[in-house]
Design a protein around this ligand. Structure first.
Ligand code: ATP
Ligand code: MG
Length: 231
């Protein structure tokens, strides 16, 4: 069958450090239900992005018995390619491949042009792409100088819309997306990823208040994990 089926995420005593540095995630234990929408917040340097990096096994956990389980399966036993195919991450500063716009949106040519345009419309990027001399066939440069950081995030979300992952992680880039676009994106995520577990690292109160639960990190530890009403 297709894995993951549900999209439940469980951390059990998970710790992590970069190389020989200090621990940046410290003994985190929590369970995110399948289909739940969790807002993640905390001060700069509290470990929000590091938590996402661990989920995707871009960095490995401390070798001290801590675990990340996805649908009950130890993530360290899942191949990184299978993991990254089934989980989608919208990084704070997404990388664009030096290839066409279309390739960046649908690298496996799994969708029709119509579906690609539909996803671009949902993230409000259709006009921008339509105005390019070659539209979907426009070559974009590595690092994506053709696009702002916010636009690269929107393209990354459009790619996820085509993929329909079971788990979506979004690391909001506050500086580069205006309030109106941010609200539109949050609404779009609500409407289009209904059966997806969504973790959003959020910088705005609005985004967080709309979540099922809010995870507050403080210096690599869980300060709160509760409904927005209870906080
Ligand atoms: P922000 O809100 O600024 O994005 P954050 O909560 O995402 O912050 P992290 O990026 O997870 O914070 O950083 C947590 C800690 O890990 C910080 O002390 C940071 O300096 C350190 N750190 C992050 N990335 C690296 C890296 N690649 N190498 C070494 N240390 C890192
Ligand atoms: Mg970060």
């Amino acid at each position: 069958g297709v894995w993951p089926i549900n999209g439940e995420i469980e951390l059990s005593h998970a710790s992590m450090r970069y190389r020989d540095g200090p621990l940046v995630l410290k003994d985190l234990s929590l369970k995110v239900k399948a289909g739940e929408r969790v807002g993640v917040c905390g001060r700069t340097g509290s470990g929000k992005s590091s938590l996402m990096i661990c989920l995707f096994r871009i960095a490995e956990l401390e070798d001290d018995g801590g675990k990340i389980l996805i649908d009950g399966i130890d993530a360290s036993e899942i191949g990184t390619s299978a993991l990254r195919l089934n989980l989608s991450i919208i990084p704070q500063d997404p990388v664009i491949f030096s290839n066409t716009v279309r390739y960046n949106l649908d690298p496996f040519s799994a969708a029709t042009d119509e579906e690609v345009w539909e996803s671009l419309t949902k993230v409000q990027m259709a006009d921008t792409i339509a105005e390019l001399p070659n539209g979907l066939s426009e070559q974009v440069s590595e690092g994506g100088e053709n696009f702002s950081q916010g636009q690269r995030q929107l393209l990354c979300i459009a790619r996820s819309l085509i993929r329909k992952p079971k788990i979506l992680v979004m690391d909001e880039a506050t500086a580069s997306i205006d309030n109106a676009t941010d609200s539109a994106i949050q609404r779009m995520i609500r409407e289009n990823f209904e059966n997806t577990t969504v973790l959003t690292i959020a910088h705005r109160l609005n985004t967080i208040m709309d979540s099922d639960r809010v995870l507050v990190l403080d210096d690599g530890r869980i300060a709160e994990f509760d409904t927005p009403e209870a906080l």
